[in-house]
Design a protein around this ligand. Structure first.
Ligand code: GLP
Length: 241
C-alpha cells in the first residue's frame, strides 16, 4: 500500500486526478470504478478542468459506480446517479450508455444485486477503483460487519453513516436506510485502487484502517492486502500517523 501525503484538499484532489488521468491516457478504453461522497468532488472538478483544456478524452471510458441508495430515483438530487451526472458525466464526453450504477429504483434487492454483478462482469472488471473512506471505515457502503461481503449486496446503513449523510438531506427521516453496494471482492479485484481522504475528522479511521489489523469491522483495512493500492490523503487526515 502506497501512502501519498498531500498538503491539503486541493493538493489531494490534484494528485488523485493525476493518477486517474494517467490511467485514462494509458488505456483510453479503461473501466473506472467511481465513488461519491464529498471527498472525490475536487478530484472530479480537476478532471473536468483538464478535459476542458483538451488534455483528457473520456469517449471510450466505461464507468461502474460503487453504490446507490435503495429507493431513490435517478432524478432525486440525493441519488448517486444525480451526483455523478452533476459532478462529472455531464461535463465530459463520456458515453452515458457506458456509465453504470446499481438501480436504486429496483425494489427487489436480489434482482438489483444480480443485475449489477452482471454489469460488472460484462465490462470485464475494473482497471482503477476510486474510493472515499467512511468515518467507520466503510468503503462504498460496505459497513463494519462480522465478515466481508463478496459481491453486490443490499445494506442496512449504520446509524453513524445515516447521521454522517444526513447533512445532504432535509432531515434524518429523509435519509434512505438501505443501499445497494459493490462488494469487497469486486473492489479487491480492481487492478488498481485509489483512496482519497481529507480532513482531521478522518485521522482516527486512517490510522485504524491502514495501520491497524485487517478486519471486516473496519472494511477499508482489507485494502492493505491489495497489490496496487494508493492512498492519497492530506496532512490533516494523516495527522495521527
Ligand atoms: C458515503 C459513500 C462512500 C463515501 C463515504 C464518505 O457513505 N457511500 O462511498 O466514501 O460516504 O463520504 P465523504 O467523502 O463525504 O466523507
Amino acid at each position: 500500500m502506497k501512502i501519498i501525503k498531500a498538503k491539503d484538499y486541493k493538493d489531494m484532489s490534484r494528485k488523485a486526478a493525476n493518477i486517474i488521468s494517467a490511467q485514462v491516457i494509458m488505456k483510453p478504453n479503461c473501466v473506472l470504478g467511481l465513488a461519491t461522497g464529498s471527498t472525490p468532488i475536487g478530484t472530479y472538478q480537476q478532471l473536468v478542468e483538464w478535459y476542458n483544456k483538451g488534455d483528457l478524452d473520456f469517449s471510450e471510458v466505461t464507468s461502474v459506480n460503487l453504490d446507490e441508495y435503495k429507493g431513490l430515483t435517478r432524478d432525486n438530487d440525493q441519488s448517486y446517479y444525480y451526483f455523478m451526472n452533476e459532478n462529472l458525466f455531464k461535463h465530459v464526453n463520456i458515453n452515458k450508455e457506458r456509465t453504470h450504477l446499481p438501480d436504486g429504483t429496483q425494489p427487489d434487492a436480489a434482482k438489483a444485486c444480480a443485475d449489477y454483478n452482471n454489469v460488472i462482469a460484462s465490462v470485464g472488471g475494473i482497471d482503477l477503483q476510486l474510493l472515499g473512506l467512511g468515518h467507520n471505515g466503510h468503503i462504498g457502503f460496505n459497513e463494519p460487519s462480522d465478515s466481508f461481503e463478496l459481491e453486490t449486496h443490499c445494506v442496512d446503513l449504520t446509524e453513524s453513516t445515516i447521521k454522517a449523510n444526513q447533512r445532504f438531506f432535509a432531515s434524518y427521516d429523509d435519509v434512505p436506510k438501505q443501499a445497494y453496494t459493490m462488494g469487497i471482492k469486486t473492489i479487491m479485484l480492481a487492478k488498481k485502487v485509489l483512496v482519497v481522504v481529507s480532513g482531521e475528522d478522518k485521522a482516527d479511521i486512517v490510522k485504524k484502517a491502514f495501520f491497524g489489523p485487517v478486519t471486516p469491522q473496519v472494511p477499508a483495512s482489507i485494502l492493505q492486502l491489495h497489490s496496487d493500492a494508493i492512498v492519497v490523503a492530506d496532512e490533516a487526515a494523516l495527522s495521527k500517523i
